[in-house]
Design a protein around this ligand. Structure first.
Ligand code: M6R
Length: 365
């Protein structure tokens, strides 16, 4: 049921305050200042001994895994490897006895992710699923896991599943962190901030009209660049993927500092660069990357924090998002990029829910 929306994609983008609420529900353990999961099926002692984590996935789920890597390494100090499922299934990376694998998937039916899960289990590693579709093949074959509770995602472009995957990985990082060096007050702080996510997403969605307007300026372009750093580097990749898959415009995402190693050669007067540049440790660095693009006359669209006074003078167009802790930024910065891809695709007359050549679940290798 589309309700007041014309497309599933837009409906699902706007469902994110609710889907995140559902993802967090019942998963916060205030007494322990930690997270709790009903379906992990592992003893605390075994989890305590995990010394390495592999996150394996495809597409947007792989981008969520990249955010997960930063979260888990920062909060739990466990080394994380992110693997494309299609590579992992045929590679033979050395894995310690205490390596735990998580297969991340919206559908739970992606052929490569399923094969990666089977390969990891065959080698005797505890293998979990972070999955949306209840009872899907991957959910059933995993040793345990975390359901996203995002509700059905119909649009081929993954939107609400992405933000729920990131939120689930945040909860996991908190949980694993609290078993290790993360203190009780530090856990409480994280919980307090995470609880605000649904409201923050609601506020972020208010940028929709501004994004729609910006889309009218750029929808006829042939190439886009997406740039961000640290937690916003995977967001840049995700923004570029979203645009490619539904508008058929060529787009590339990079860590902003990589520009000078090649991609800056693509900058010209018509190619827009989308800079994800919220406040934080990387702000001055990303701003200087942005200025390098401006100096070469490249149009710049910035995703920046409310209250940023410098950005309007530096960028051609700005989309403002709430100013949040750095580790929460992917949730709020990915939303304007979902909307940008959406509006550009609509203006180009594309079928956003069923883009050409793509299927919702990729059940072939
Ligand atoms: O169902 P999954 O999460 O396993 O799907 C993985 C990818 O096929 C999927 O994320 C794809 O990249 C999306 N269409 C992106 O929007």
């Amino acid at each position: 049921d589309l309700g007041n929306f014309d497309t599933y994609m837009l409906k699902e983008i706007f469902e994110q305050p609710q889907s995140l609420e559902n993802c967090l529900r019942g998963r916060i353990d205030d007494d322990a200042a930690s997270a709790k999961f009903g379906g992990l099926n592992v003893d605390v002692q075994d989890l305590r001994h995990v010394d390495r984590i592999v996150l394996t996935a495809c597409g947007t789920s792989w981008h969520a895994a990249l955010v997960g890597e930063y979260l888990i390494e920062e909060f739990a100090r466990i080394p994380v490897e992110v693997e494309y499922a299609s590579e992992f299934r045929y590679r033979n990376p050395p894995m310690t006895d205490r390596t735990m694998t998580f297969a991340i998937t919206q559908s739970g039916e992606t052929a490569d992710t399923l094969a990666a899960l089977r390969e990891s289990r065959r080698k005797g590693h505890a293998t979990m699923a972070i999955c949306n579709v209840v009872g899907s093949t991957i959910a059933r074959e995993a040793d345990g896991g975390i359901y996203l509770h995002a509700g059905p995602e119909i649009g081929v472009a993954s939107t609400k599943a992405f933000t729920s995957q990131v939120t689930s990985l945040m909860l996991l990082a908190l949980y694993l962190g609290r078993m290790r060096h993360l203190s009780f007050p530090a856990g409480q702080r994280l919980i307090k901030q995470m609880r605000q996510l649904p409201q923050l997403v609601e506020k972020t969605l208010a940028c929709n009209e501004a994004v729609a307007k910006i889309a009218t300026k750029y929808f006829d372009r042939n190439n886009f660049l997406y740039l961000g750093r640290l937690y916003n580097f995977p967001v840049a990749l995700e923004g570029a993927l979203k645009l490619k898959e539904i508008s058929y415009i060529h787009a590339e995402g990079y860590p902003a500092a990589e520009m000078k190693h090649g991609p800056i050669a693509l900058v010209d007067e018509v190619t827009p660069s989308v800079f994800v540049v919220p406040h934080g440790t990387m702000y001055p660095k990303v701003m200087s990357n942005l200025e390098e693009v401006k100096a070469r006359k490249g149009p710049v669209i910035a995703i920046a924090c409310e209250g940023d006074k410098e950005i309007s003078a530096a960028a051609d167009d700005v989309i403002f998002v709430p100013d949040v802790e750095e580790y929460l930024q992917p949730i709020v910065t990915s939303i304007p990029l979902q909307l940008l891809a959406y509006h550009v695709a609509i203006l180009r007359g594309c079928n956003v829910d069923r883009p050409r050549n793509l299927a919702k679940s990729v059940t072939v290798e």
